[in-house]
Design a protein around this ligand. Structure first.
Ligand SMILES: *Cc1c(COP(=O)(O)O)cnc(C)c1O
Length: 389
């Protein structure tokens, strides 16, 4: 068996798991659906005994995920939320403190808040861009610090290296949710994080047909502990999902680079449009996190939000006029999506909490897909042309 290792993410993402079939010489690995495995003899287990604990299809995608993030081990889970839940299970006990971003993913907020209310651990939500609030990390000595950058939906950028340094001084484990950029555009472990977590449902799979998650660790011992717990609590990913995810990852690099190129054009177009009050895209110089994103990321990504100056009663007309932006939650697929933050992804937040987070009622979020940038730009231009500035 040829075990390659390349320092180029283009190669690693394409070649994961290829050419390993010794029975038929399949180039692409088969899907191993078996839930159980024969013992080769009495008291002689093989590498796998039961698919919750270990599965060859899942092994392949886990190896690829670890290589892409530069980690020593990866666990693929049934969803992004089960990956985050796994982290809480392994890292946090009653009385331990978790520090999470004030603008973290809604599902993560709900999980932390509900588990904390049951006494599983304590949680504190802070703005990690604020030096005064960051000092609370040193004072309160949290067990785990979760960073999410860029954040949703305002694309706020947090300095991973700086937060990791403070958190390590306080003895914390540093976790970065890298869902919005993928390892193509951001490498949290190289910036000082201990663990990367993903919703593979988004860019990694990229085709909006799998729900999956991943935990990738810098330390092999921590990775083994995560794998033990993932089997223990039963959150490991399914064989078919593993296969689809590995297949999606093969095109990750060109997908995200092309989507990003189009997103940059759309951000510029919207930024100059008289009906758009404000565009949130780290690639724009006007974005508060632009310089930091330039330093920390290998690109600005393909997600952006904008405030649209039309009446709320006109939102439906605008959305119906779009042909190539589908009104749906989620992100990172090959198809372009639009979502209205207040009624969709952040509907669970109170109106007051949204105001405090700077999320206006006229905020829309785009996940820019792989369609022709000309089509996407003219689609937006046409839909906007129905309204007067
Ligand atoms: C979608 C998402 C999650 C949750 O992942 P699921 O696969 O939907 O469970 C976590 N974090 C971020 C940033 C996300 O966008």
């Amino acid at each position: 068996m040829h075990d390659f290792s390349s320092k180029h993410i283009e190669t690693e993402s394409v070649r994961g798991g290829l050419n390993q079939d010794e029975q038929y010489g399949c180039v692409v690995p088969p899907i191993y659906l078996s839930s159980t495995y024969t013992f080769s003899g009495f008291n002689q287990p093989r590498a796998h005994d039961y698919s919750r604990r270990g599965n060859p299809s899942r092994d392949l995608v886990q190896n690829t995920l670890a290589k892409l993030e530069g980690g020593q081990g990866a666990i693929m889970t049934s969803s992004g939320m089960s990956a985050i839940n796994l982290l809480c299970t392994v890292l946090l006990k009653p009385g331990d403190l978790l520090i999470a971003p004030i603008d973290c993913y809604g599902g993560s907020y709900r999980l932390f808040d509900s588990l904390a209310k049951r006494g599983a651990f304590d949680v504190l939500f802070i703005d990690q861009r604020c030096p005064i609030q960051l000092k609370s990390i040193l004072q309160k000595k949290p067990k785990m610090v979760l960073i999410e950058t860029p954040s949703n939906p305002l694309l706020n950028i947090v300095d991973i290296e700086a937060v990791a340094q403070i958190a390590h001084e306080a003895g914390s484990t540093v976790v970065v949710d890298n869902t919005f950029l993928s390892p193509v555009l951001q490498k949290p472990l190289a910036l000082g994080a201990d663990i990367v977590v993903h919703s593979c449902t988004k860019y990694l799979n990229g085709h909006s047909d799998v729900v999956a998650g991943a935990v990738i660790c810098k330390d092999p011992a921590v990775s083994m502990e995560m794998a033990w717990w993932a089997n223990n609590i039963g959150v490991t990913g399914a064989a078919f999902d593993s296969y689809l995810l590995l297949r999606g990852i093969r095109t990750l690099v060109p997908r995200i680079r092309q989507q990003q190129e189009t997103a940059e054009k759309i951000a510029k177009f919207l930024d100059e449009h008289p009906l758009i009050h404000r565009v949130y895209y780290p690639g724009l110089e006007s974005h508060e996190g632009h310089e930091l994103a330039k330093r920390q990321q290998q690109g600005f990504g393909a997600m952006l939000s904008f405030e649209l100056n039309i009446e709320e009663s006109e939102f439906e007309t605008f959305l119906n006029a779009l042909n190539y932006f589908t009104l749906a939650e989620s992100l990172g697929g090959v198809e372009s999506l639009i979502s209205h933050t207040a009624t969709m992804t952040h509907a669970g937040m109170s109106a007051q909490a949204r105001v405090e987070a700077g999320i206006k009622n006229n905020l829309f979020r785009l996940s820019v897909g792989l369609e022709s940038s000309e089509d996407l730009l003219s689609d937006l231009a046409t839909a906007l042309s129905y309204f007067k500035p």
